[in-house]
Design a protein around this ligand. Structure first.
Ligand SMILES: [Zn+2]
Ligand SMILES: [Zn+2]
Length: 396
């Protein structure tokens, strides 16, 4: 036999709304699971009180209850199911919660879970109820060329992500109606006591029925199965500053997956990936270009055209340039991520040694080889000679 709702709240059948609300607040505080950890009796009372309040605070339900008793308001709700039997326009819980908040000094805004204040926690609870469950973050990789990285770039990305359902405007309901979650009675939390050798622990978890929202959707939208979100595609503009590196990331707040049923969107995290360049090797904010130059050009000097991140430019190879020399082209490197200006381009000069040479060219080289001025010894800087001299010094 189910208890009478008026009895549960300890009010007369003629009690007015204020009286009912006051009685409910008193009892809900008394039996709240946070005040009575691992107390099955209190938990049952708490559920009873919530159920009674949900009916008696609603004019329509109260009228039906007065007329038909529990049958009039779908008494199966007591077991946690069948809440659908309740009519539209559930109890005004947000009002109650704000009242609780007043009682606790209006702190609100707490984000942690499990505290007594948080369970009812005016600001936090209410904003969560209206903001719903937050959408998840989304991570994408963005491949950029060195040219794009050098100067910074604006990209428009096509992103597949969860967007609000158009059919139900993201509410998840055909009619936009919600009702208090029958599993957690609007608290958004469920508790499980576990016994261990160290004593009892109460685990507090988000309610599985409503995902912690405290309310569930009525008249589920068939297009999104009540989720309020659907897979969609959007275009997102990303401004990448100059000087980014591999695995740097940009966080675009609120551009991730939309939250279910109007919940705030998560973030979009754009991870930078640098495409390998055909010509350049990056070294911090500088770039290195390897240039092969013929032996006569190294000796006599010449003008060459080299690629840069800004297009080809002409540069001078001075006479007597040694292999491995780094020639600098100022300001044609990568833009500095912090501060202004750009790094430099270095041209690493190498001597070009042909692999197959025409016989006539070989004859020219043979002639050159005989010339006394061409050997290192003639210049007193021969590496071979000094090497042998050093060896003699060592061996003695
Ligand atoms: Zn719930
Ligand atoms: Zn929908």
């Amino acid at each position: 036999m189910k208890k009478d709702y008026y009895e549960i709240l300890g009010v007369g059948r003629s009690a007015d709304k204020d009286e009912i609300k006051k009685a409910y607040r008193k009892l809900a505080l008394k039996y709240h699971p946070d005040k009575n950890p691992d107390n099955k009796d209190a938990e049952d009372h708490f559920k009873e009180v919530n159920e009674a309040y949900e009916v008696l605070s609603n004019d329509d339900k109260r009228r039906r209850y007065d007329q038909f008793g529990h049958a009039g308001v779908g008494s199966s709700a007591a077991s946690g199911g069948g809440a659908g039997a309740y009519g539209a326009g559930g109890a005004d819980f947000s009002d109650i919660f704000s009242a609780f908040n007043d009682m606790f000094g209006g702190a609100g805004g707490g984000r942690g879970r499990g505290g007594f204040e948080d369970a009812f926690g005016g600001g936090g609870r209410r904003s969560r109820a209206s903001a719903g469950i937050q959408g998840t973050d989304l991570k994408i990789r963005l491949k950029l060329t060195l040219e794009e990285i050098a100067k910074g770039v604006e990209k428009t990305l096509k992103i597949k992500k969860q967007v609000p359902c158009k059919e139900c405007n993201g509410s998840g309901s055909k009619t936009g109606a919600t009702e208090t979650c029958p599993t957690c009675h609007g608290t958004g939390e469920v508790r499980q006591a576990s016994k261990t050798m160290f004593g009892q622990f109460v685990n507090i978890a988000a309610c599985p029925s409503c995902g912690g929202e405290g309310r569930i959707v009525k008249d589920r939208c068939p297009a999104c199965y009540g989720e309020g979100i659907k897979q969609g595609e959007v275009r997102v503009k990303v401004t990448v500053p100059a000087g980014v590196q591999d695995n740097n990331y940009l966080t675009l707040r609120g551009q991730g997956n939309s939250g279910p049923r109007g919940g705030a969107a998560g973030d979009l995290v754009v991870v930078i990936e640098e495409k390998p360049h055909e010509f350049f090797v990056r070294n911090g904010d500088d770039v290195i270009y390897s240039l092969a130059v013929s032996f006569p050009d190294l000796v006599l000097g010449t003008k060459v055209e080299v690629p840069t991140l800004d297009g080809a430019i002409k540069m001078t190879i001075p006479p007597s340039t040694q292999p491995e020399t780094m020639l600098r082209i100022t300001g044609h490197g990568i833009g500095h991520l912090r501060g202004s200006g750009r790094g430099d381009q270095y041209v690493k000069v190498n001597v070009f040694v042909p692999k197959d040479l025409a016989q006539s060219d070989k004859e020219l080289l043979k002639g050159l080889r005989k010339s006394p001025g061409i050997s290192p010894e003639a210049h007193g800087t021969g590496t071979e000679k000094s090497f042998f001299e050093k060896m003699k010094d060592i061996i003695g």
